[in-house]
Design a protein around this ligand. Structure first.
Ligand code: NDP
Ligand code: MG
Length: 376
């Protein structure tokens, strides 16, 4: 008997890496469900290769094969199918939130790449896991590293989490030059090949703020004990300092296939010869720098939104998603992304955010504010 896996967002960067990992471990896992937003061509190839029992597409440009499910509810269906035990959520943006909550309520393991789920609805996700018996295992490399360093230790053993950040393509750019950085510049990430939205998030460092909030919910550690350090080589994936002063780090080549595999097998490890091996000499030197917070304001705005809690993280996330979308469409400048987030947070960030509806209302309000700020 192999374990059934649903891959949500299978046509994206993480989705495709996940299918590569699963194909190397077909003795343990089978692909039970696949979903995409609109890339029907690639989805069709994946459906053939994996023989997935359920294939869903949200916005089919052409009429999909009759066996496919078309429509926005395909994420919810795929993530709660009885034959699915693990849901790899590799959807981008808040669009992945309901699938995370539904899968946790249905008692599934969620291998979570879609960090936006936890940022927007962290409290609801923890409640859903508690009541439904599901569990969240991170795919994000930093959080996978922390989970591996913790190896079952208690939260009270932790003094500090240290998340590493590559610094993105603009790590050594001056503030003036940054304002007008082009889309091509922003997508040229030095160490990772990723989807367009997270690549821009890495360039503004909004991604690292999302990850600080994600770490807060995953590991139950308060914000003043989560730090970020820039590590341009992306070899040390993150570190944990324990109460006795000992620091553990997880180290490896920058490849998402390892954290994806670990999210599937945690707490076990299985042999995988398909992932590049680490070589200390060729990986040298390893360097670390402080975050240049004043030049990357989206980082501080996001962490502050996390500290404020309530709807603030949802507002931060929505404002960022909306502003990044406008930047990707060539309608605003790079420097406008953080200014738009700031404007939304200063006008729309009050409310406890206890329900899904309240969080989604805050999300909608933030998007409207960003459009008004940027386009009017
Ligand atoms: P991509 O843009 O490459 O892929 C996104 C996937 O989600 C595609 O399959 C896309 O379908 C689908 N999708 C897009 N919009 C929607 C929607 N509204 N509803 C349902 N499905 C949708 O993104 P990545 O793979 O890079 O990132 C996915 C998630 O993983 C993000 O949350 C990101 O932050 C996180 N992550 C990514 C890392 C990476 O290395 N790429 C590392 C760590 C985390 P279609 O192809 O049809 O458009
Ligand atoms: Mg990451």
């Amino acid at each position: 008997m192999t374990v059934g896996v649903a891959v949500l967002g299978s046509t994206g960067s993480i989705g495709q890496s996940t299918l590569r990992v699963l194909s190397r471990h077909s003795d343990k896992f089978h692909v039970a469900a696949l979903t995409a937003y609109s890339n029907a061509e690639l989805l069709a190839r994946q459906a053939l290769q994996t023989s997935a029992g359920f294939v869903g597409i949200i916005e089919a440009r052409e009429r999909p094969n009759v066996q496919w499910h078309a429509g926005a509810d395909c994420l919810t269906i795929a993530s709660t199918l009885p034959e699915v035990s693990i849901v790899v959520n590799a959807v981008v943006g808040v669009a992945g939130m309901d699938a995370t909550l539904g899968a946790l309520r249905a008692g599934k393991r969620v291998a979570l790449a879609n960090k936006e789920s936890l940022v927007v609805a962290g409290r609801l996700a923890l409640d859903a896991a508690r009541t439904g018996g599901g569990e969240i295992v991170p795919v994000d490399s930093e959080h996978s590293a922390i989970l591996q360093c913790l190896a079952g230790r208690r939260a009270s053993d932790i003094r500090r989490l240290v998340l590493t950040a590559s610094g993105g393509p603009f790590r050594d750019w001056g503030s003036d030059r940054l304002q007008d950085a082009t889309l091509a510049d922003a997508l040229r990430h030095p160490t990772w090949r990723m989807g367009r939205k997270i690549s821009v998030d890495s360039a503004t460092l909004a991604n690292k703020a999302l990850e600080v909030i994600e770490a807060h919910y995953l590991f139950g550690v308060p914000y003043d004990r989560i730090e970020v350090v820039v590590h341009p080589q992306s070899i040390v994936h993150s570190m944990v300092e324990f109460v006795d002063g000992s620091v553990l780090a997880q180290v490896g080549v920058p490849s998402m296939e390892l954290p994806i595999l670990y999210a599937l097998t945690h707490p076990l490890r299985v042999e995988d010869l398909g992932i590049d091996r680490f070589d200390a000499v060729t990986s040298s030197p390893l360097t670390f720098e402080a975050v240049r917070g004043e030049d990357f304001p989206a980082f501080a705005l996001g962490v502050e939104a996390g500290r404020r809690g309530g709807v603030a993280p949802a507002v931060f996330n929505a404002a960022n998603e909306c502003a990044v979308g406008l930047f990707l469409d060539g309608r605003i400048r790079f420097g406008d992304i953080s200014r738009a987030i700031d404007a939304a947070l200063s006008r729309a960030a009050s409310g406890a955010g206890r329900t899904r509806e309240e969080l989604l209302a805050a999300d909608a309000a933030a998007r409207a504010l960003v459009k008004e700020y940027c386009l009017c």
